[in-house]
Design a protein around this ligand. Structure first.
Ligand code: TRP
Length: 331
């Protein structure tokens, strides 16, 4: 039987956090065993806000090395850089004509970003969801593993696919979002009501995948907790709950087990234990990432083979799309 197709991507802007690791990359590890997976460095998306070109190039490679260091196997899945596959931009353009300005203006992330980058509300920022729809639809994707904040984008991709199919005949598979319940959302250490972000202003909000042991321990020590002293997961205790969720994710234990382990203990001891668990887990990943990054030939080879595989799959869909909309493709 044909394997189902999984597609996901992360922008190579900022340094990935343990939130990205738990919420995305680690999920992908199990998916690559059972599905035909495409994982991309979404660098076309990354220029919709102001960026530094040299940094973007470096972050793209760092992200690829990190994926591999975390266990993403480029033999099992297609790991590639979005800009190396021109069909993304081409399909995006085609889908633009089926997407309404009003729909894009209503997107939550667009509204947030427009607010935060009021001096740079560019067309790319508004078009971001259409490019993401193109990413997904190009590969006839069945499942899109994403964080909660991206489900609205997958919803739009579905709408666009259905709209295209209705207008031009069956062309795209209609994808579904795959949102994992537990560990789907890791929050800021300073403001546990906010998602942990790789682009936040305060570096103490986030544990970055490249943070060393001392930095990790210090950030957890400073993490906000809640009033009271009990270490339990509850809505009234967003700070403690977030730390517990991080602990569970790295330990592979249940919430009940973690609560039992820390019952009667103080916040200080608890935060140190979470910090040590995270530091122990990250240190081998960091060493492996550095090793891969220094082997330019290997990494370049992996990415060019990935781009080639993605190109072939993308070309097939795009050529069908061009035929349906009436674009001349030669005799
Ligand atoms: N917008 C996603 C994010 O910021 C990244 C992304 C780009 C993506 N293209 C995608 C995710 C396609 C899933 C599928 O997290």
């Amino acid at each position: 039987m044909e394997k189902k197709i999984v597609y996901s991507a992360i922008q190579p802007s900022g340094i990935p956090t343990i939130g990205n690791y738990i919420g995305s990359v680690r999920n992908w590890l199990s998916l690559q065993e059972d599905y035909d997976c495409f994982f991309a460095m979404a660098n076309l998306h990354a220029i919709t806000v102001r960026h530094d070109p040299a940094l973007l190039r470096r972050r793209t490679l760092e992200l690829a090395a990190l994926y591999i260091a975390c266990g993403i196997d480029p033999e099992k899945c297609t790991l590639y850089v979005q800009s190396q596959v021109p069909q993304h931009a081409e399909l995006c353009w085609t889908l633009n004509s089926l997407t309404y300005v009003g729909e894009m203006e209503r997107m939550t992330q667009f509204k947030d970003k427009a607010r935060n980058h009021a001096d740079n509300i560019n067309m790319g920022l508004m078009d971001y969801p259409v490019l993401m729809a193109a990413d997904i639809l190009l590969y006839q994707t069945d499942l899109v593993p994403v964080g909660q904040d991206q489900t609205q984008h997958v919803e739009i991709a579905r709408d666009i696919a259905i709209r295209f199919n209705n207008r031009y005949g069956e062309t795209f598979r209609v994808p579904e979002a795959l949102v994992r319940k537990q560990g789907a959302k890791i929050c800021s250490l300073q403001d546990p009501l906010k998602k942990m972000s790789k682009s936040g202003e305060n570096p103490n909000d986030s544990i970055f995948m490249t943070d060393d042991r001392d930095t990790i321990l210090r950030k957890f020590k400073r993490a906000v907790t809640d009033s009271g002293s009990e270490i339990v997961c509850s809505e009234e205790k967003p700070g403690v709950s977030n730390l517990l969720a991080i602990y569970c994710a790295f330990r592979g234990c249940s919430m009940a087990e973690a609560e039992r382990e820390f019952s009667g203990k103080g916040y200080g001891e608890f935060k140190l234990a979470v910090g040590e668990t995270v530091a122990d887990a990250l240190s081998p990943v960091q060493a492996e990432q550095a090793r891969i990054l220094s082997d330019k030939e290997y990494l370049g080879g992996v990415l060019s083979r990935g781009a080639e595989r993605a190109f072939k799959a993308a070309r097939k869909t795009l050529s069908k799309v061009y035929r349906k909309v009436g674009f001349y493709q030669g005799e």
